[in-house]
Design a protein around this ligand. Structure first.
Ligand SMILES: [Mg+2]
Length: 274
């Protein structure tokens, strides 16, 4: 009996190399890249994370080429992403899993419409009233929502805080994204994900093909919006279920691929101007 799954070549390095050669020839190329675990190895102090020097060098080459854009798409808050990517003023950044966006000189954009701004204000007021009423709770303001912290309330009263917070939020809107965390409950007026971020980047740059790479579960939303039939390339870094077409082992492999892509893109642009 043949077990086809185990005979499938791992990520087919040859197919990936040829997909990158093809990608390098597209008219308008967008690289949308996760940061931690894709470009940068994980470190204990998260603000100390930096892309591997080989990746950084390749990305510097790529972003200086015509019709070529490099963007970072991360779960980090935008401010943190700016620091670790050492972004210049032209950088394309998508933070907080697609919620916060900074497209170069077009500035920070959350694009909240009037209705969303109103919901956000009313949600903030309702939750502030709640934490004022329950000792030892604290309100945290997030880019598009709020977190109610209750780590310091007496043991056993957590569920009551959560229930009251849910009730207060539900009175404001029934369309909130709710994340139940450790001693925190968060309410967001936006449920954006990395796929939304990639789509926004594609629109902004008018890219004719996109490379997206990421290592985590949340990156699957990015792979889901790719169109391989139109030349998009998705690369999963490391182990785990994925919808990406290709897989590589680690950040070092990504660095190598980015170097190859920079070379191929430079050669293509040079040949098309000769
Ligand atoms: Mg990551």
């Amino acid at each position: 009996m043949t077990d086809t799954a185990s005979h499938r070549p791992p990520a087919s390095a040859i197919a990936l190399a040829s997909a990158l050669q093809e990608l390098a020839r597209t008219d308008r190329l967008l690289l949308a890249l996760d940061f931690d675990g894709t470009l940068a190895p994980f470190v204990d102090v998260t603000r100390g994370a930096r892309a591997l020097p080989e990746s950084k060098a390749a990305l510097d080459r790529l972003e200086h080429l015509p019709d070529t854009w490099v963007a970072y798409v991360s779960g980090r808050p935008l401010s943190s992403l700016e620091t670790v990517t050492e972004a210049d003023e032209d950088a394309l950044l998508v933070g907080s899993h697609g919620v916060e966006i900074r497209f170069g000189r077009d500035g920070v954009s959350l694009d909240l419409d009037a209705r969303e701004q109103d919901t956000l204000a009313r949600l903030g007021a309702a939750l502030q009233a709640l934490v004022d009423d329950i000792p030892d709770t604290k309100l945290e303001t997030k880019p598009v929502g709020f977190g109610v912290h209750y780590r310091r309330v007496s043991a056993g009263r957590g569920p009551e805080v959560v229930a009251r917070a849910r009730e207060a939020a539900a009175a404001v809107s029934d369309e909130l994204t709710i994340r139940d965390g450790k001693d925190i409950i968060e309410f967001s007026i936006r449920g954006a994900d990395k796929g939304d971020g990639v789509e926004r980047l594609r629109e902004y740059t008018h890219a004719t093909a996109v490379l997206f790479a990421g290592d985590d579960v949340t990156d699957e939303d990015g792979f889901a919006v790719l169109h391989p039939e139109r030349g998009d390339v998705g690369i999963k870094v490391g182990a785990g279920e994925t919808a990406a077409q290709y897989r590589v082992a680690d950040e070092r492999a990504i660095a190598t691929l980015l170097g190859l892509l920079a070379q191929a893109r430079e050669a293509h642009l040079k040949s098309s101007t000769d």
